[in-house]
Design a protein around this ligand. Structure first.
Ligand SMILES: Cc1ncc(COP(=O)(O)O)c(C=O)c1O
Length: 391
C-alpha cells in the first residue's frame, strides 16, 4: 500500500461549495474585517444555542481570556481547572497574573472530578472560579458543578471547545455555566479555520467582553462603520485586546452552523462503527458510550497488561499503516512550564497520568468513508494480533 497517497489524516474539515461561495462573496464585497457577516454569525449562533449574548472571537483561547477578565480574574487569583486539557485552558489564567489550581480527573470519562474540585474549594475559599472542559465532547457533570457554584460562590466558565452542539439536561453545553466558549479551530466540530464564540446570559459580562475584544473601544465593532456618528469618534476605556473575528471567517462559520446537526450525526455514526467493530478487542478500553456526546474525539485506551508494548509503540504500528492517530493530551502538570512554575510531580494527578499513558485518539470526522473506517479497524486488529500478550 502506498502510504503517502492512501494516508488517512487524523482530522479533516468538511468544507463544501457553500463555504467557498460564502468566502468569495465576502472577498468581493470590499469588507474583509469584522462586519455584517460576524454580526449575523453571532445572531444565528446565539439563536441556535439559546443564549442571549454570543460574541465571535478569533479563537477559543481569546474567548476564555476575555471571559475570565470579565468575571473579574486578576493578579493573585486562583481558578480551578483540569490538568488533562490543551494548554489554552490554563494559560489564559496566567495571562491575567492568576494561578491555575488543577483538580484530577475521573478516569471513566477523562473529565475534571467534582469530588476533587470540592476538596480544593473546601481547603481554599479564595478560589474564584472553575473552568471545566468537556473533553472530547463528553459533558462534565454540570449538575454537580452548579451545586458547587452555589455552595462556594464561584463562577463557571465552560471550556466547550470540543462540545458543539451537545445536549445536557435539555440545554446545550456552553449555556449552563456563567459563560461558555467554543472553538472553531480547523479540527473542531464546526470550523472557521481559526475562531471561537463566547456565549453568556450575563449582559454586564457580555458588554465588558465586547469592549475588551476590540482594544477597549467603547463602540460596537460594526457600529463604528454603520452609524451616523463618524467612525473616528470613539473612546478607549481600557487597554483591550485584538480578538475580533473577521468576516471571511464568519462567512465560513455561518455555513458550517447550518450543517452542525448533520456533522454530529455523522460523527455519531462513526463512533457507533468503532464501538461495534472494536468491542471484541480485549486489549482495548473504549470510551463511555453515551447518547449525548459531541464525538469531537474518539479516545480509546490500551490495556497495558494485555499488550507486550507501550502505547507509543502500539500506535506507531498503526500509524505505519497509513492511519493518522493522535494522543490527547500530554497533561499540563508534566509540561515544563507548569512543572517548573508550580513544582509538580508526575504523581500529583495520578488518574490524569494513568489515562495519558494509555490513551490514543482515532480519526473521527464527517467525510471519513466506510472503506477508510474498515482500514482503521483492520490496522488496530493487526497491531493487536502482533503485540497481544499470550496468557
Ligand atoms: C480543550 C481546549 N480548549 C481550548 C482550546 C483552544 O482553542 P483555539 O485553538 O480555538 O484557541 C483547545 C484547542 O484545541 C482545546 O482543545
Amino acid at each position: 500500500m502506498n502510504q503517502n497517497t492512501d494516508f488517512i489524516p487524523f482530522a479533516r474539515p468538511s468544507i463544501g461549495t457553500e463555504e467557498e461561495e460564502a468566502v468569495i462573496k465576502v472577498l468581493r464585497s470590499g469588507w474583509l474585517t469584522t462586519g455584517v457577516e460576524a454580526k449575523n454569525f453571532e445572531t444565528e449562533f446565539g439563536a441556535y444555542i439559546g443564549s442571549s449574548n454570543a460574541l465571535a472571537v478569533n479563537s477559543a483561547t481569546s474567548g476564555l481570556h476575555l471571559a475570565l477578565e470579565a468575571f473579574g480574574v486578576g493578579p493573585g487569583d486562583k481558578v480551578i481547572t483540569t490538568p488533562y486539557t490543551f494548554t489554552s485552558t490554563a494559560e489564559v489564567i496566567r495571562y491575567l497574573g492568576a494561578d491555575p489550581v488543577f483538580a484530577d480527573i475521573d478516569p471513566d470519562n477523562f473529565n475534571i472530578s467534582s469530588v476533587e474540585i470540592e476538596i480544593l474549594l473546601k481547603k481554599d475559599p479564595s478560589i474564584k472560579g472553575i473552568i471545566p472542559v468537556h473533553i472530547a465532547g463528553n459533558p462534565c457533570n454540570m449538575e454537580d458543578l452548579l451545586r458547587l457554584r452555589e455552595k462556594y460562590n464561584v463562577f463557571i466558565i465552560e471550556d466547550a471547545a470540543h462540545a458543539f452542539p451537545v445536549k445536557y439536561n435539555g440545554k446545550l453545553l456552553g449555556t449552563i455555566g456563567d459563560a461558555g466558549v467554543f472553538s472553531f479551530y480547523a479540527t473542531k466540530t464546526i470550523t472557521t479555520g481559526e475562531g471561537g464564540m463566547i456565549v453568556t446570559n450575563n449582559s454586564k459580562a457580555a458588554k465588558r467582553m465586547s469592549v475588551m475584544r476590540l482594544h477597549g473601544i467603547d463602540r460596537e465593532i460594526w457600529d463604528r462603520y454603520t452609524s451616523d456618528k463618524p467612525s473616528w469618534q470613539y473612546s478607549i476605556v481600557d487597554a483591550g485586546y485584538k480578538y475580533n473575528m473577521p468576516d471571511i471567517a464568519a462567512a465560513i462559520g455561518r455555513e458550517q452552523l447550518k450543517k452542525a446537526s448533520l456533522f454530529l450525526k455523522k460523527r455519531k455514526n462513526i463512533a457507533e462503527f468503532y464501538f461495534k467493530n472494536l468491542v471484541s478487542m480485549d486489549f482495548l478500553k473504549l470510551p463511555e458510550q453515551i447518547e449525548n456526546h459531541g464525538w469531537h474525539l474518539f479516545m480509546a485506551r490500551i490495556i497495558p497488561e494485555k499488550l507486550t508494548v507501550s502505547r507509543d509503540k502500539f500506535i506507531q504500528e498503526i500509524i505505519n499503516k497509513g492511519i493518522g492517530i493522535s494522543v490527547h493530551f500530554i497533561p499540563l502538570h508534566i509540561m515544563p512550564y507548569y512543572k517548573n512554575k508550580y513544582g509538580y510531580n508526575e504523581q500529583d494527578y495520578p488518574q490524569t497520568l494513568e489515562v495519558y499513558n494509555t490513551v490514543f485518539s482515532l480519526p473521527i470526522y464527517p467525510n471519513l468513508t466506510e472503506n477508510q473506517l474498515k482500514r482503521i479497524v483492520s490496522a488496530i486488529k493487526e497491531a493487536g494480533a502482533k503485540y497481544r500478550r499470550i496468557p
